[in-house]
Write a protein that binds this ligand. Structure first.
Ligand code: ADP
Ligand code: MG
Length: 562
């Protein structure tokens, strides 16, 4: 069984393609969105998703989130006495999704299509692959998130030609893609974006406003996290065009501030401005005028913000499409792709093409004046947003007569100086003895496929000598052996029993609120916690469920009475 997975910065989802449509699989909490959060419980067990989110507040040193931002780097996350790579934390999230899917489907899940931001480079893509392998899955394909979005929407479309723009604002990333759909072919014409712009940045603004208005300075980490949760609630309420109050309980006072939608709008104006540039870039790269777009598709939870929806409508002069839940679009698209892979009959006629999201080239020297060279200049061979699979050839000559070797440094990136780009590899070709520089021609061919494998072949025309380099991963990435070791070590981790997750999450939530409140309220919550723990020990599922619902009711009344 192949599943589709959206491995998000904030939330992750898993889905399948069945009987002609996509189904998203709910987790043990009955929710399609599993927070991409991993924590270690006080007993040293691993908690994943909603069971861990509340501990971001109470136990920040034992909880990790937003690790997708660090994929493909050597950064590690320390949770208590253990260290985790971002690949391993992602693997734990994937494992949890897969387990939910296996229970729901009643069969083994062994393969997956996983979505990645269009802007992810090779290293980040390979890290995502490694995460899936650590979780014990074979990756059938990585799919760009906006491509997945187009697939999810493409299915709803009739057969006429269509040009879309996908506008995806998630928790931490912003992606824009221009996509063409015709005769069942989905083609990404261009993508652009900002890896550091998302819903979280809007929260930062709300927090800053709170500090200004309440004149409260630095907060302890627990209070900081509490403020962040309150701001998240406020952010959602601001969509309803009402004045919103939010704050935190410190000692015996509730410190809050009010903000009106118009004030909020003016404060987030700089963030909204930053959403414009990538749109312009993508349209320019795709050579498409705003007026020629048939549709604009909203993706990502943050596009539920009315300010963003208004901005998009103004920018494009039309109302965007959003009839699929924006935070579910990518997962549904990945599920469609998984269906394609399983050769579902209904989908036989959809072909997927893609683009290379960054420029690939080699290091070269440029002659500024006779004998005066600028070195280390990027010579692009496959340009950003070229349709893949792609194969391109460029011809180079050595600088000096009788130069014996030509070294070929392969880079990825947009900067003119290779030192500002990412080095993917290097190799040398031998040149014939006694050669004349101008007459010595070396053909360099780049072939790049949809799995991110780059083949570089250099041929010396005068001699026919050929050298080949295949780049699948670069340094800083996990080797096969490291992946296997990580797989083994994760197997040794004690993952908390699945059927207990709802109880754990409820206990964590109660404990968090206990820490936040004081006096009578605290006492009441304390009693409820004691009682719940007692009932849990009794192990009667019916009684546990009953009490959990009651507890939930009490906590909701406490938390949401404002
Ligand atoms: P990712 O792709 O990064 O995992 P999602 O697409 O799930 O993220 O979007 C998460 C973001 O969406 C969060 O920043 C969250 O605050 C925001 N979000 C979700 N619902 C709303 C809403 N109703 N109003 C404003 N923001 C929202
Ligand atoms: Mg997303």
């Amino acid at each position: 069984m192949i599943v589709g997975i959206d491995l998000g910065t904030t939330n992750s989802l898993i889905g399948v393609f069945e009987k002609g449509s996509t189904t998203l699989i709910p987790n043990v909490f009955g929710q399609n969105l599993t927070p991409s959060v991993v924590g270690i419980s006080d007993e040293g067990e691993v908690l994943i998703g909603a069971a861990a989110t509340d501990r971001l507040v109470t136990n920040p040193q034992l909880t990790a989130s937003a690790f997708k931002r660090s994929m493909g780097t050597s950064q590690t996350f320390r949770l208590g006495s253990q260290k985790f790579r971002p690949e391993e934390l992602s693997a734990l999230v994937i494992k949890s999704l897969v387990r939910d899917a296996e229970i729901y489907l009643g069969r083994r899940v062994t393969e997956a299509v996983i979505s990645v931001p269009a802007y992810f480079n090779d290293t980040q893509r390979n890290a995502t692959r490694a995460a899936a392998e650590i979780a014990g899955l074979k990756v059938e394909r990585l799919i760009n998130e906006p491509t997945a979005a187009a697939l999810a929407y493409g299915l709803h479309d009739d057969k006429r030609e269509n040009t879309f723009l996908v506008f995806d604002v998630g928790g931490g990333t912003f992606d824009v893609s221009v996509i063409e759909l015709f005769e069942g072919v989905v083609e990404v014409r261009a993508s652009a974006g900002d890896n550091y712009l998302g819903g979280e940045d809007f929260l930062d603004v709300l927090e800053a406003i709170w500090h200004e208005k309440t004149k409260v300075g630095e907060l302890s980490s627990t209070l900081k996290a509490q403020l962040r949760q309150a701001a998240e609630q406020a952010k959602r309420c601001l969509n309803r065009d009402q004045v919103v109050s939010f704050g935190i309980q410190r000692n015996d006072s509730f410190i809050q501030c009010s903000i009106s939608p118009s004030e909020y709008e003016s404060r987030i104006a700089p963030l909204l401005m930053r959403l414009r540039r990538p749109v312009e870039l993508a349209l320019r790269d795709a050579r498409i005028a705003v007026e020629s777009l048939d549709e604009v598709v909203l993706v990502g939870g943050a596009t539920r913000m009315t300010s963003i929806q208004r901005l998009v409508a103004k920018m494009f002069g039309k109302l965007p499409l959003r009839h699929i839940e924006p935070d579910e679009v990518v997962a549904r698209g990945a599920a469609v792709q998984a269906g394609l892979k399983m050769r579902s009959e209904e989908l036989d006629d959809i072909v997927l093409t893609d683009v290379c999201p960054y420029t690939l080239g080699i290091e070269s020297s440029r002659e500024l004046a006779p004998g005066d060279y600028a070195h280390g200049i990027m010579s692009p061979i496959i340009e950003r947003n070229t349709l893949i699979p792609a194969s391109r050839l460029q011809t180079y000559s050595p600088i000096h007569d009788n130069q014996r070797v030509l070294s070929i440094g392969v880079y990825q990136g947009e900067a003119r100086q290779v030192s500002n780009n990412i080095k993917l590899g290097e190799f040398e070709v031998q040149l014939p003895r006694g050669n004349v520089a101008e007459e010595t021609l070396v053909d360099v061919r780049f072939t790049y496929d949809e799995n991110g494998i780059l083949e570089v072949i250099a041929t010396v025309r005068n001699t026919g000598d050929e050298k080949r380099l295949v780049i699948t991963r670069n340094s800083g990435q996990m080797s096969k052996r490291e992946i296997e070791a990580a797989l083994k070590s994760l197997e040794k981790l004690k993952i908390h029993p699945r059927d207990q997750d709802e109880n754990i999450a409820m206990l964590n939530r109660a404990n968090r609120i206990y820490e936040q409140r004081l006096g009578y309220e605290r006492e009441q919550i304390g009693k409820l916690i004691d009682q719940f723990e007692l009932i849990l020990e009794g192990q009667d599922p019916h009684e546990i469920r009953e009490f959990r619902l009651e507890l939930q009711h009490c906590l909701n009344a406490l938390e949401f009475r404002e």
